[in-house]
Design a protein around this ligand. Structure first.
Ligand SMILES: [Zn+2]
Length: 470
């Protein structure tokens, strides 16, 4: 039995969401959705991944979910051979112990929004409905009626497209749930391979094969909060190989359960360390995890940088001047990922000498007490009032962009035309990815005048160094 009562649980988990409920908005807490899953493609890994990602994020904010899906054996690596319904009901119960989650043979409440997941045009669903589909690098979502994509895409265990589709559709539903926004008919398809968008069909989007047993190398994952832990969850859904040093000093609290794809109610109840939860899950996959309970400065001080030299550093935290700690150590390749206050996500890549450094990017924020809260955003309820609210789909979106870049790097594709990616989930069905090339800032004292000789032989021997400087 859970020893937190229902009232406290929702109050603590939805701490930053509760201000949304007032007389002018819909009764958000009673919002319910009916999820209908395509019987003809549920045996495919990509439909299974899309379903698992959608339901994971949805059950972190929507308290009433009915699912119409036949029971089948899962093929997703993390749950291979397990029953789909059992995996869904167990994870939903762990995510929200007081949620009303049930299975049904058919969508039976005409007043609730219907969400369709699949590849074939559904029969007998009254239109319009929300829909989503993901496969390999491609993710799509819309409102209206779904057009079959069976002949366009093959099956893939790449999590990128399924996860993106799940987050986009959750964002649209979330907007629908809390406000008086009613969606127009729309559809949008994206490729996370090159960030192009097509309005009507995934047909012309880039979607090359992606082997899923990719070796990502030795990674320092600095910060296991909403973005870092969601990335860990996504990695385990695939079959990637990696050695990951997990570095974080924080423990899981109830509000973390609303915007990470990994953390469960019991983790918060037992105040489990974020690195422990991440490490436990990674250990059940083909990835190798080494948890460190402390900050990155302590990690370096204890000689662990030399003991576990990184091929890549993922900077997903902002505490205790993490940016300067990483940069002062002359790192090899660094990726960072954040969320921002306008339903947005940001990704940045930092190649020594060639590109902007972490402090070119974040230096301005060091001079204040700025502490960005991951996965939070201001939501305008009307033109005058703004409320700080948790956006459950924001950090998972940041993670999947980060993962797409990680996979492409390991496949030998380094896109040099851009190293900054921005995207907002606010405009439904029309948002474009912003891709920018960022050079070192002329006045940055942290990277200006730095030379090849400043970098240790350890970093010059890292997996991606030769590739970068080839
Ligand atoms: Zn710099």
């Amino acid at each position: 039995m859970n020893s937190i009562n229902r009232k406290d649980w929702y109050q603590l988990r939805d701490d930053r969401i509760k201000n949304l409920s007032d007389e002018s908005s819909k009764d958000f807490q009673d919002f319910d959705i009916h999820v209908v899953i395509d019987k003809s493609s549920i045996d495919q890994i990509s439909t299974q991944l899309t379903t698992l990602c959608f339901i994971n994020v949805a059950s972190r904010w929507c308290r009433n979910i009915t699912i119409c899906v036949p029971d089948i054996k899962l093929r997703v690596p993390l749950y291979r051979g397990q029953d789909l319904r059992e995996v869904i009901s167990t994870s939903m119960r762990e995510i929200d112990p007081y949620g009303q989650f049930r299975f049904s043979e058919s969508p039976n409440n005409a007043n609730s929004p219907i969400v369709y997941i699949g590849k074939k045009r559904p029969e007998g669903l009254s239109e319009p409905y929300f829909w989503l589909a993901g496969n390999n690098w491609i993710g799509g979502y819309g409102y209206g009626s779904f057009t079959s994509i069976e002949t366009i895409v093959s099956d893939s265990a790449n999590i990128c497209g399924p996860s993106l589709a799940a987050n986009l559709c959750n964002a649209a539903l979330f907007k629908y749930a809390y406000s008086h926004y009613s969606p127009d008919i729309f559809s949008a398809w994206y490729s996370l391979f090159n960030y192009e968008i097509n309005i009507n069909t995934p047909e012309d989007l880039m979607n090359p094969p992606c082997p899923t047993d990719v070796d990502l190398g030795n990674i320092h994952l600095v910060g296991c909060g909403a973005v870092g832990s969601s990335l860990v969850y996504l990695l385990t859904l695939m079959n990637t190989v990696s050695n990951i040093n997990l570095i974080d000093f924080d423990e899981i609290d109830y509000s973390n359960c609303s915007n990470s794809m990994l953390f469960a109610s019991n983790d918060a109840l037992e105040k489990i360390k974020k690195v422990t939860a991440c490490s436990n899950l990674l250990s059940s996959s083909s990835n190798n995890a080494l948890p460190f309970d402390g900050d990155y400065h302590e990690f370096i001080e204890q000689g662990l940088y030399e003991e576990y030299p990184p091929d890549l550093i993922l900077c997903l935290a902002n505490e205790r001047n993490i940016w300067s700690t990483i940069q002062a150590n002359y790192p090899p390749l660094v990726f960072h990922a954040t969320t921002n206050s306008s339903w947005g996500i940001n990704y940045g890549r930092h190649i020594p000498f060639k590109e902007w450094c972490l402090l070119c990017r974040f230096r301005g924020l060091l001079e204040t007490d700025f502490t960005p809260e991951c996965g939070t955003s201001f939501i305008a309820k009307n033109s005058k009032v703004e409320t700080l609210a948790t956006l459950p789909f924001l950090s998972p979106t940041s993670s999947v962009v980060l993962l797409a870049e990680l996979l492409k790097l390991s496949l030998g594709k380094m896109e040099m035309d851009y190293n900054y990616i921005g995207f907002s989930l606010k405009p439904t069905g029309s948002a474009q990815f912003q891709l920018l090339p960022e050079k070192p800032k002329a006045d940055c004292p942290y990277c200006r005048d730095k030379e090849y000789s400043n970098y240790s032989e350890l970093n010059k021997g890292s997996k991606y160094w030769a590739f970068i400087f080839d």
